[in-house]
Design a protein around this ligand. Sequence first.
Ligand code: SER
Length: 879
Amino acid sequence: MKYMTTAEIREAYLEYFEAKGCKRMPSSSLIPDDPSLLLTSAGMVQFKPYFLQLKHMEEPYIGATTAQKCVRTNDIDIIGTDGRHLSFFEMMGNFSFGAYFKKEMCAWALDFSVNVLGLPFEKLYFTVFEDDDETIEIWKGLGVNPSHITKLGEDDNFWRAGPTGPCGPCSEIYFDQGEDVGCGRPDCAPGCDCDRFLEYWNLVFTQYDGQEDGSFKPLPKKNIDTGMGLERIAAIMQGVQSNFDTDVLRGLVAVGERVTGKVYGANEADDMALRVMADHARSVTFMIADGILPGNEGREYVLRRLLRRAVMKGNLLGAEGAFMGRFVDQIIEVMGDVYPEIVENRELIHRVVLSEEERFGATLRQGRAYLAEALERLDGDELSGATAFTLHDTYGFPLEVTEEICAERGISVNRGEFDTCMEQQRTRARAATQDDAEAAWSTYDGSMSALLEEIGATEFVGYDSDEASSTVRAIVRDGKRVDALHAGEEGGVVLSETPFYAEMGGQVGDTGTITGPRGAARVTDTKAPEGGLALHYVRITEGALAVGDKVSATIDALRRERIRRNHSATHVLHWALRMVLGDHVKQAGSYVAPDRLRFDFTHFEACTRDQLDEVERIANRKIMENLPVATYETSLDEARAAGVTALFGEKYGDTVRVVDMAGFSRELCGGTHVRQTAEIGLVKITGEQSVGANLRRVEAITSFDALAYLNKVESELRQTAAELKVPLLEVADRAAANVAELKEATGKLKRNKQAVMEGSILENAKSGKQTSAAGYPVYLLKVANLDAGALRNAWDVIRSREGDACAVVLADDNNGKPLLLAAGTDAAVAAGFHAGNLIKQIAPTIRGGGGGKPGMAQAGGKDAAGLDAALSKAREILL
Ligand code: SER
């Protein structure tokens, strides 16, 4: 068997299937275009629409072949404990959507294994799904010895990506690593738990579409989905037992060796940590390149957990400072030619990794100390959920990391308690920002869903009109259903149809009036306490409003116009932020009011002024291009297939509304929008700030508000210009010049003061100058009200004047907190002066203590009356 590098195997595979007629396609993103999956975990994920015959392979290809980056996180804890498990791996795949099937696939898999890779035929073993005799016959027909074929059940030989979707029976190919590797049992065969038989290639005969109810619907065509684990086959080809001994991963383990100073293979515990670092670094690098940022939920949390786990391991092995960037560079070096996205995003990956390392690094040590102490105090073998929660909340330890550290000591973590703490925190957070929708709920103590069921959803007619004729369907007041509201009373009104937009998707609710046959009401807000039900908050201004009344409902049209502008502006800004900052920017929240908007998004650092200027510039360009804004309804699947931006984690119905700004921005959105971008007028960003880890917020205003803002800024500038007596556009230069002038003048003043002080010290010093017994000059001085710093300063002044050999003893009453300072030059010390000893001897006279070095010593005391005595004593000693 010849040695092949990982890169050679990858290329040989792709070339082989290209030659068979498959199209070589790029790996798809780790963020699957499939809400049922958190991360791309197999080569077939990007081909689901092809299996379902929703998309078709173009002529003349018979299928596709890929090297797919995959992340699987179902067994993160096991990673590192052996040489097999990986969170990140590459899957070599080839796929047929009705063109070729079992017969061709089995023949090619065998041909590739034996004739391209050169694996000995007799070392290959095959498993097939228990009722799939057809495949057994195919293998036999290809010359496989029946003793090398094992039938296995659904757990092993029926493959599915998730609970639903394309799936089917499979046949797997194993490599026999030899008897000495395994359990040694005579009946050892593929499927055995031991390491002897290594599965390296899975051939799935994708024939079914798994349904929600667990049944299988036959797919229109018979398909092939195969996956060969690149790291596994590399281990076989390179004659090693562990994935971590193959070229690419061993290179990463070596990076770990360098950053920790450990040697791989010397100690099992260290090896495990080095394997974790090598593996996780690849997941982290590729996830960030695909636009995932560390966070607290979903795939963001997976990334944070992997990154922090790797940092923690490195830290435990003694790595200092941030080190993940070194893995990143090595990964880019060896994998960048196949996955250009990691090269293109090098800087982003480095910055995200570093910022997360810094964030975590700052509390890691304290967290570890906290945990160590908690474990020390622990009585029993279970860590409280509250402690794990503090570690999570205060020190940034992912729960799983805490669990892992505890597990090493045989201690478990009370997960239930942890979850309760999390839930309590969420409730607190919710209460803190208790939004009015909940307050609306409280206006009716029956269930809003019952109300919805009883009277049906409110029809929203406000996309096209500002007013509507309608009927009052229900009224609630003080938590009760009532028949009518009377002048002065407040309550919630449900209409059959309404032009009022109920607060949703960040857009605030409408205000306006409802007028009926016997009175009128002011609508102060509109909310949707239950999906589909619009609740108008009203105060009766005149007469009454009763259930059954035919009314005319009119929104404040001008207010809505401003909201429309701001809502469309958030879409434009979203687009512009992605253009300027990158595709990792995702909407995390928004607020659209008549007078302002804010937009929260994922990004890992503060935006620079230049970036914000650029965002503003291109956003305004799109506004001035006066592009049409279209809205239409479509199915969620079609919107997704068309690449419309949806919020991850948001629940959408089957029918969705798309807001399409001439194709440059397309978002799923139920809000109200302008018809042409120029209606926005102008967008002006007024602020940018952090609102959480990797979460930023921009605030902006549009149209007349933007104009008013700019006018205000200009008027301030005008006033300043008048004060400075310069033209408007010279204010900055003049202000800078004034500041510089002021700085210089202040400096001069300070220098003058210093000179005066020095002069007075020297003047004073003259009177206290003596000659010590040893012959060097010594100044014994009483000074007033200098603090300790000024005392040392005085010594510097005297020393610089006196030169080489001199000493001082300064007695300072320091506003009743007496201080003594003794200091001498090196020459004085050489001549026998010892400041520390001197201070020790004289400090008692001021009821103080202190000491120091031969060259400088200080003491503070309680009795300023003793200062003269201190000086006399010094005189006795020195002269
Ligand atoms: N989808 C199958 C697997 O992941 C084969 O590609 O194993």
